[in-house]
Design a protein around this ligand. Structure first.
Ligand SMILES: NC(=O)c1ccc[n+]([C@@H]2O[C@H](COP(=O)([O-])OP(=O)(O)OC[C@H]3O[C@@H](n4cnc5c(N)ncnc54)[C@H](O)[C@@H]3O)[C@@H](O)[C@H]2O)c1
Length: 435
């Protein structure tokens, strides 16, 4: 059943990634290897998941690409920006996520992915000191230079469409300021006035992407597109935006495990999450102002799943703590511990311990692919503004907090939203209620 309202994914899809570090180079290497048939894109919903369409005797289980037109891996062209000049091959080697035998077969293609100079401000990530950085007069000039990069990349690579994905370091926390972040006009005025305190470099990337007709995805917990000015710009340009923060390891577990406690009506008195992490992401997050951004994102998950106001006997005043510790020997192989203090019948306490020995970039790479392909799909389907159906992939899903909207963090409700969006874009009825 082809939906006439979705433009088919024809031609090249340019995927321009801000940051060419561990996550991006693992993502790119995996896509290039997969399309040569040398690796499997495990963990990617767009490549594997099958969902039901139709009901009763007519029901069928289909992959997303058989329900609606999704860009083929063969049509992706990668571009990037980074503070360091290393190309994608050098970056993949330096990050030590993948073995050389899994990188070398696509060495030639990776070497051609050379980062544009970054739109960067050291005040936003003090621990980075690369010099592949643009020289900018003010924040508007920064955005204009990024726009020029996007136009050049699109023309040089003969791309039909572009998606911009942020997989760069987490910036310092930028609180939403009503005066600056409320409207496109106030944001543009601040960019022209070079208000470096309120306009993060990431906002310049997002502004540039939307102005150039490209959806923008925020994979870090940065404020960036999570402000009314960007929602307005996305409406004006009729483009999708999504964020924030890839939901990879500990928060994925949390948003999948908390429903067990909630569904079973068990009580919660505390949830302590801690991690050790040794890659460059961990190094940047070792800076308190950068960690603050991550902490706000990670903390938001439980409160909308186990809601004190709805079940005061079970969820009042539980203690929720999240810690990230920089520990170089582990590099990208993060280890997360969750200690969950629950209580049952008559208030008797119990504990659950979860120890996740994960690989950060191995978990993030398929999310990059899915977010990019589904944002491109959303744009072709004429969807614009915040893409709530992508909440499934994100730790801190964007929502209109100015209207008191509560984000959906419950993994299985998010999955229902995702499936229904695919069904609808494919011309089928959305048929599962979120309750
Ligand atoms: N891997 C995961 O599980 C996971 C989960 C959620 C979020 N994230 C986020 O994804 C991002 C990338 O993670 P990573 O492990 O690849 O980090 P990384 O440090 O290996 O790579 C980030 C790259 O971004 C570059 N960069 C920083 N600021 C930039 C700018 N303004 N313009 C262009 N490039 C810039 C850095 O030089 C670096 O090379 C981080 O923000 C991280 O918090 C990762």
């Amino acid at each position: 059943m082809a939906n006439q309202n979705v433009k088919p994914a024809t031609g090249k899809l340019g995927v321009m990634v801000v940051g060419l570090g561990a996550v991006s180079s693992t993502f790119m290497t995996g896509v290039l290897m997969a399309r040569k048939g040398l690796a499997k894109p495990v963990g990617s919903m767009t490549q594997y998941d099958k969902i039901r369409v139709g009901k009763g005797a007519d029901k069928q289980y289909k992959k997303y690409g058989d329900i609606v037109s999704i860009a083929s891996l063969n049509d992706i062209v990668f571009g990037a920006w980074d503070v360091y000049p290393a190309n994608a091959y050098e970056s993949a080697i330096n990050c030590e996520v993948l073995k050389e035998k899994d990188i070398n077969p696509v060495k030639d293609e990776l070497e051609k992915i050379v980062p544009f100079k970054a739109a960067f401000d050291k005040n936003y990530a003090k621990r980075l000191d690369g010099n592949n950085v643009k020289d900018c007069k003010d924040r508007m000039d920064m955005a204009e230079q990024i726009r020029a990069d996007i136009r050049k990349f699109k023309a040089d690579n003969n791309c039909d469409r572009i998606v911009v994905l942020w997989a760069a370091s987490t910036e310092v926390y930028v609180p939403v300021d009503e005066k600056i972040h409320a409207t496109v006009a106030s944001l543009e005025a601040a960019m022209k006035a070079n208000d470096t305190e309120h306009v993060a470099p990431s906002m310049c990337y997002a502004y540039a992407a939307l102005k150039e007709g490209a959806p923008f995805i925020m994979g870090a917990p940065n404020t960036t597109v999570d402000i009314p000015a960007m929602w307005e710009l996305a409406e004006q340009t009729k483009l999708p935006i999504a964020g924030k923060d890839f939901k990879t390891g500990q928060t994925l577990v949390k948003s999948g495990f908390a429903p067990i406690i909630g569904t079973r009506c068990l009580g919660l008195s505390g949830w302590f999450s801690t991690n050790i992490l040794g890659n460059r992401d961990g190094l940047v997050l070792d800076e308190p102002a950068n960690f603050r951004t991550k902490e706000v994102s990670k903390l938001s998950t439980l409160e909308s799943i186990l809601v004190p106001e709805e079940q005061p006997d079970l969820y009042t005043d539980y203690y929720h703590k999240v810690r990230i510790n920089y520990y170089p020997p582990r590099n990208d192989n993060k280890e997360g511990w969750d200690n969950i203090d629950i209580f049952g019948w008559m208030g008797y306490p119990m504990q659950i311990k979860i120890n996740f020995l994960c690989r950060d970039s191995i978990l993030a790479a398929p999310l990059c692919l899915d977010l990019v392909l589904l944002s491109d799909l959303a744009a072709r389907a004429g969807k614009y503004g915040i893409q709530r159906f992508l909440s499934f992939f994100l730790k801190s899903p964007m929502h209109d907090y100015t209207k008191g909207e509560v984000p959906v963090n419950h993994l299985f409700q998010q999955y229902t939203m995702l499936k229904n969006a695919i069904r609808e874009m494919g011309g089928y009825e959305a048929d599962e209620e979120i309750d």
